[in-house]
Design a protein around this ligand. Structure first.
Ligand SMILES: C[S@@+](CC[C@H](N)C(=O)[O-])C[C@H]1O[C@@H](n2cnc3c(N)ncnc32)[C@H](O)[C@@H]1O
Length: 521
């Protein structure tokens, strides 16, 4: 190793020591407020090594608009020859990091300025911009600042960002005029923008204002910033108009230089796809204009009691404790504790299970319960104040009543892993009882046309249930999201978006009269 390379290693060791000393002097709440999470050395090296390959021998004018102690500048020194570096600038709003960092880099080419980057007028043009911007969520940005940032983003690059966009989205838009034509940028940002509504402005920017070349997404199970707990992506682009027939490399898992998966995705597919995180694992979605599950069902989340341990118990135990049956609603155990996929009913509407559960649901005021059902009141009193004052119960009147939900005919688990012997992580349950269910399920209520058809031909009920269970796994998982360790999750809206062509065929081929068919999509 040359002396020079050795000295850059030393400065990185000093920078790391400085970073941890400054971090230790702040609480995590303070660091959260300004999105102060440093980039680990290896990841900074990986990013600058990649930049080196892209930039070749071009003279470098480097910018990091949220520099912290300078992890990227330090990596720039390690990966590029110092002769190749023409200029380097960094901005940092917090002197707690910026002042000692300026001292640390005083003999280098870095010009580190203690400034709020979002308030500066662009000056200078940089051909290599590398940034891990502050991940400050929109609800920590005041209304006045949000307004200023939105207007500034429009004038910087013509993109109007949603009011729900985090500070990092504005950083990207505001950096546009600081970049030289054809300059290269890498942004280390939360991958959330790829799927959520507020990310649309950023996706428009990446598709229309620059040439997006590569998005590498880290495996959420392999958290890059243990203390920030976000699943991150590195977004690479050039400041140039996107060429016709442009394709973008999407990679996933492993490292930036050695990803586990990689695929080229046409920009046209990105234009029409709401959820970019499906790439590169899933293929381009075939455009689907046909029927969706939401055309047939109202999908709702199950009941959130706010204290399942208190409100839900075996019916026998509840009756033995003097809780009257009239204040108990049958409720299903969580999917983990439910072996059956078809819930039969007893003559009273209770599910036929070894130990059916009851949910306390009573609309009587406290005085009436005390007077008429003293034993029941003795039980409820045990929840005062701890349960009664929790967020959800405290918003109900009385706190021991529940949200109104009819028993659903079909339910689906909303979270799961693909278990051996069962490929789909989601399970559909046919509920012939009057049981309701908690929010560990999604509840599927047939809409009017389907409901009336099912009323007339009960045979169809099972056929519909089988069909739900036979929906292709990919159709379900590609609408939902996946977490570390292969845990899949589906929100009500996402389940509603699942292709329901097979259900539509069933409807067309059997049982439905023309009047009902006319009501269907
Ligand atoms: C996620 S950290 C990244 C720091 C460093 N670049 C790294 O990768 O380790 C973001 C940095 O941006 C700084 N910052 C937050 N708001 C800023 C602003 N408006 N202008 C400049 N810097 C800002 C924070 O203080 C923090 O040091």
């Amino acid at each position: 190793m040359t002396d020079l390379a050795e000295s850059y290693r030393d400065s990185e060791a000093l920078r790391i020591a400085l970073q941890s000393r400054q971090d230790s002097q702040k609480s995590s709440v303070e660091r959260n407020r300004l999105g102060q999470y440093a980039t680990p050395t290896d990841l900074a090296s990986d990013i600058l090594r990649y930049a080196k390959k892209e930039m070749g021998a071009t003279e470098i004018r480097f910018l990091d608009p949220a520099i912290g102690t300078g992890s990227f500048f330090s990596a720039l020194l390690r990966e590029f020859d110092s002769d190749q570096i023409d200029a380097a600038t960094g901005f940092e709003v917090d002197p707690h990091y910026g002042a000692p960092a300026r001292h640390l880099w005083r003999d280098s080419k870095l010009r580190l300025e203690l400034e709020d980057f979002t308030a500066l007028s662009p000056s200078g043009q940089y051909n290599l911009l590398i940034c891990n911007p502050p991940y400050v969520r929109h609800h920590h940005i005041t209304a006045a600042t949000k307004k200023r940032l939105q207007a500034a983003s429009v004038s910087a690059c013509g993109i109007s960002l949603s009011g729900l966009a985090g500070l990092y989205c504005h950083f990207m838009c505001l950096s546009h005029p600081w970049m030289a034509t054809s300059g290269l940028a890498a942004w280390l940002i939360p991958s959330e923008f790829m799927d959520v509504n507020y990310g649309k402005g950023l996706k428009d920017y990446l598709l229309r204002k620059v040439t997006l070349t590569h998005i590498h997404r880290f495996d959420p199970g392999d958290v890059q910033f243990a203390d920030a707990l976000v699943s991150s992506a590195v977004v690479w682009f050039r400041k140039s108009d996107p060429p016709p027939d442009h394709s973008v490399r999407f990679s996933y898992g492993g490292s930036l230089s050695n990803p586990r998966l990689s695929a080229m995705i046409p920009a046209t597919a990105l234009e029409s796809e709401r959820k970019w995180t499906r790439f590169p694992r899933a293929p381009e979605r075939k455009s689907h204009h046909g029927p969706l599950l939401s055309h047939f069902f109202d999908v709702r989340r199950g009941l959130a009691t706010g204290a399942n341990d208190f409100f839900i118990m075996p019916r026998d135990k509840a009756l033995a404790a003097g809780i009257p049956q009239e204040f108990l609603r049958p409720i299903l155990p969580s999917p983990r504790h439910l072996a059956q996929d078809i819930i039969e009913t007893d003559p009273d509407g209770w599910p036929v299970l070894d130990s059916p559960l009851g949910l306390i649901d009573c609309a009587l005021p406290a005085e009436a319960v005390k007077r008429d059902y003293p034993e029941f009141w003795t039980y409820l009193e045990q929840g005062i104040p701890e349960v009664a004052e929790r967020y959800l119960p405290s918003r109900r009147d009385p706190w021991y009543s529940q949200e109104k939900r009819k028993p659903p005919l079909f339910l689906s688990s909303y979270m799961g892993r693909s278990a051996a012997g069962r490929e789909s992580p989601f399970r559909f349950i046919l509920n012939l009882s009057n049981a309701v269910a908690t929010n560990s399920y999604l509840l599927l209520y047939p809409k009017t046309a389907l409901a009336s058809a099912l009323d007339r031909s009960p045979d169809l009920i099972r056929a519909v249930w089988e069909l739900l269970n036979n929906l292709p796994t990919d159709a379900l998982t590609s609408e939902g999201r996946v977490y570390g360790g292969g845990l899949h999750k589906l929100e009500p809206k996402e389940l509603g978006n699942v292709n329901a062509e097979s259900l539509a065929s069933l409807v067309r081929d059997g049982g439905f009269n023309s009047e009902q068919l006319a009501l269907l999509p």
